[in-house]
Design a protein around this ligand. Structure first.
Ligand code: HEM
Length: 753
């Protein structure tokens, strides 16, 4: 091999491309900031602010009391061509303080300096006490009309479309923590209905750690970093979490979901959502039904592998956020169906023996199918993260007529908690007037004044009854679309701090979940428990959790015990054998691959004729191609998105090899740690690492031309999910079929049956 070849090729390509790089690099893959490419020279001509990027949306320009203004959403932000003070006075200079001479002291009269610094000093607000890390998007919900029989909620009437804002989140981490940690995910949706805002404040798991909201501070204190060292960040693999859940065994069901692949989603777009609680619905005739809300993703439910999740924590801590925004920018709009499980509203509030008020229990879909009600499409990214994603305030008590609460004690506590915390987080009682929170229904309350009041209330009589304002505002009658609390009978009972007896079953549904998993999913669960408990310092906590696992399944318990080097205890409760629920498994179906990422490794020294064709085919298939090359800039006139130094396998769903690039000039461990033990291989060691990791993570790998030789050198040729063909387009067709199953499941060892 001519060692100078790659370096020379890089030089040639870079030189040849130099003149046209700036134009040609105008991104054709999502993610570039700004709506127009910047110039190299500093711009000097004043002009109005650039419009937002084409996929960006912003809150509608409503008044604080919900009236449509008709102004464009850009009116929410900066105006005019010149820099001004907050009062709109134009400024000549913002780079120099006002001083007594160039070397003199700064003058107290510098009101611009003070305004600028003072505002900066107060830019931060408290992060959410839980779900601090999140990403939001705008969208639209279109109802099928199938819910009209059970609820009078107008936004669920056939054909009705409603604007929404959705915020996805992790629970435990701080605002700056990584996206891909093992945790529950929040899935909160604000429906701006014309009967008042409806917030469906859901999670990606259908059960919760606790049955009573009074325990919420306990589970969160246990899950958050230890109070002395404030570690570990954004994870449950530590003593206080396992101390709590092993002592408070009602948490075992939710914990099992967290230890399953559901705890490390591939994408927000590939998560289910669950309202968790049972709600009470009321139809136009006043009849009631009990119901649970579900979100079903069009792309199916898929997860990362644990190693991918860990690598991503370093390689791309914003992985889920980026994935959501890139998909929307690429036009691969994420979609979900909203669905309902409906149950008769009986005095027992049970279904098939399952207590509907117990938020640690599910009703298997095989017993009560999820009936689709409408479709959610996320089609706009926020224009400003703080204004929208950070300031949005959800509340389970934001309910339109037709949807009411039940006595689930977890839900009852939540009804208090959200507004209470938002009073502090958003600095006063008027946060519903922040643009992202403004209702799209007319607001005529008698709430007045307070910090950050934005409404200009007319009238003199914010009280009822009054005659000075002509009696306004009037309560709505039964036929005026009022929210009428369902007059549920409360049975006479002693005042107690106690749970119903049915809440005492902490294990049968955990076992149901375990029994519903495929072997590979069980294997992942075993590894997750072993990892998390292995990170605890105290053996007593590990032993106690093993006792809980013994009450779930002997194989699970024995496998984890082996990994921990501890004996497996005997169960202390009789093991039941519930019928498995296949709907709980993620494996075994086929799903669309919209918005998936395809890494294409190229060798700039070889022919690249069909790489462009392959790229176009990836775009045409609704996916995003990322070219991976030894250097940045252009190869064969095509823009490079990742180099061997900047790319990592975890960013790709599929790896395509369009060439066999020789080791590049920086393929040395001293220049790029990924080069590892660079040896005399004919292929760049970073490419072999890409193949190795993609293979280990059970991703489809395809190659054509010289790329086929890379498979041989990596030792994966001819193994399951590794395809070759005569052209990029042919190989792409084959890997697309593999991608429909999300992973090449055969590659995982599945020792747990
Ligand atoms: C079924 C159980 C629960 C679910 C599904 C759930 C879901 C969520 C979600 C999705 C968020 C993030 C909202 C956002 O994106 O801004 C959130 C935030 C929050 N949750 Fe929960 N939660 C549950 C239980 C509870 C309980 C029992 C409490 C308290 C008693 C609670 C208190 C809070 C608080 C204080 C916040 C922060 C709200 C803010 O600062 O705006 N949650 N919850």
């Amino acid at each position: 091999m001519d060692a100078s070849k790659p370096a020379k090729a890089v030089k040639d390509v870079v030189e040849a491309a130099a003149g046209k790089v700036a134009d040609a690099l105008t991104p054709d893959v999502p993610g570039a900031p700004g709506s127009a490419p910047p110039t190299v020279e500093e711009p000097t001509t004043p002009h109005d602010p650039l419009p937002p990027k084409k996929e960006q949306g912003a809150p509608e320009t409503r008044t604080p009391t919900g009236a449509a203004t008709g102004a464009p959403t850009t009116a929410n932000g900066q105006q005019g061509a010149f820099l001004t003070t907050a009062q709109g006075a134009r400024l000549r200079d913002t780079d120099h303080s006002l001083k007594a001479g160039p070397r003199g002291p700064v003058l107290l009269q510098d009101h611009h300096l003070r305004e600028k610094i003072t505002h900066f000093d107060h830019e931060r607000i408290p992060e959410r006490v839980v779900h601090a890390r999140g990403a939001g998007a705008h969208g639209v919900f279109e109802a099928y009309g199938t819910a009209e029989g059970v609820t009078k909620a107008g936004f669920l009437a056939k054909g009705r479309t409603t604007n929404v804002f959705v915020r996805f989140s992790t629970v435990l981490g701080s605002r700056g923590s990584a996206d891909t940690v093992r945790d529950t995910r929040g899935f909160a949706t604000k429906f701006y209905t014309d009967e008042g805002t409806f917030d469906l404040v859901a999670n990606n798991m259908p059960v919760f750690f606790i049955q009573d909201a009074i325990k919420f501070p306990d589970i969160i204190h246990a899950g958050k970093p230890h109070p002395d060292r404030e570690i570990p960040q954004a994870q449950s693999a530590h003593d206080t979490f396992w101390d709590f859940v092993s002592l408070h065994t009602e948490a075992q069901h939710h914990t099992m979901w967290n230890m399953s692949d559901r705890g490390i989603p591939r994408s927000y777009r590939m998560m289910e959502g669950f309202g968790v609680h049972t709600f009470r619905l009321v139809n136009a005739a006043g009849e009631t039904a009990l119901a649970k809300f579900h979100w079903k993703p069009k792309l199916g439910v898929h997860s990362l592998t644990w190693e991918e999740a860990q690598l991503l924590g370093g390689v791309d801590p914003d992985f889920h956020r980026r994935d959501l925004y890139d998909a929307i920018e690429a036009g691969a709009f994420p979609e979900w169906e909203l669905g309902l499980q409906v149950f008769p509203d009986t005095p027992e509030e049970t279904f098939a023996g399952i207590d509907l008020l117990d938020p640690t229990k599910i009703v298997p879909e095989e017993l009560a199918p999820v009936q689709p009600l409408g479709k959610l499409t996320l089609n706009r990214t926020p224009t400003n993260f703080f204004a929208e994603t950070e300031q949005v305030a959800f509340h389970v008590g934001h309910l339109p007529p037709g949807i009411d609460v039940t006595n689930d004690p977890l839900l009852q506590g939540r009804l208090f908690s959200y507004v209470d915390t938002q009073l502090t987080r958003l600095g006063g009682p008027n946060f519903s007037q922040i643009p992202i929170n403004r209702p799209h229904a007319p607001v005529n309350d008698m709430l007045r004044d307070g910090f950050h009041q934005q409404a200009v209330h007319a009238g003199v009589a914010p009280y009822r009854p009054n005659s000075l304002d002509g009696g306004n505002p009037f309560p709505a009658g039964d036929t005026d679309g009022a929210f009428v609390d369902v007059p549920v009978t409360v049975t006479e009972a002693p005042k107690v701090r106690a749970n119903p007896a049915s809440f005492d079953d902490h294990y049968s549904q955990v076992r149901l979940f375990w029994l519903s998993m495929s072997p590979v999913e069980k294997e992942h669960i075993v590894r997750a428990y072993t990892f998390e408990l292995g990170k605890c310092y105290h053996q007593a906590i590990r032993e106690r959790q093993l006792r809980c696992l013994a009450n779930i399944d002997p194989v699970l318990c024995a496998e984890v015990a082996t990994g921990l080097g501890l004996p497996a205890p005997e169960p202390t409760v009789p093991l039941v054998d519930p019928a498995p629920s296949p709907a709980l498994s993620q494996v075994g179906r086929q799903w669309p691959a919209d918005g998936r990422t395809v890494g294409i490794v190229v060798d700039p020294t070889a022919g690249l004729d069909d790489v462009d064709e392959a790229r176009r085919a990836v775009f045409a298939a609704g996916m995003v191609p990322l070219l991976v090359a030894p250097h940045g800039g252009l190869v064969g006139g095509l823009p490079v998105q990742r180099t061997f130094a900047t790319g990592r396998s975890v960013e790709f769903d599929v790896l395509l090899l369009a060439g066999a690039p020789a080791p590049a000039s920086d393929a040395s461990p001293a220049r790029d740690a990924k080069a590892g033990a660079a040896d005399s291989a004919a292929v760049d060691p970073r490419v072999l690492l890409l193949v190795d990791e993609c293979w280990r993570h059970a991703k489809a790998i395809g190659a054509w031309g010289a790329g086929v030789d890379v498979l041989r050198q990596a030792g994966v040729a001819g193994t399951p999910g590794v395809v070759t063909g005569g052209s990029g387009a042919e190989v792409l067709t084959a890997v697309q079929q593999l991608l429909a199953a999300h992973r090449v499941w055969e590659r995982f060892p599945a020792s747990v049956a």
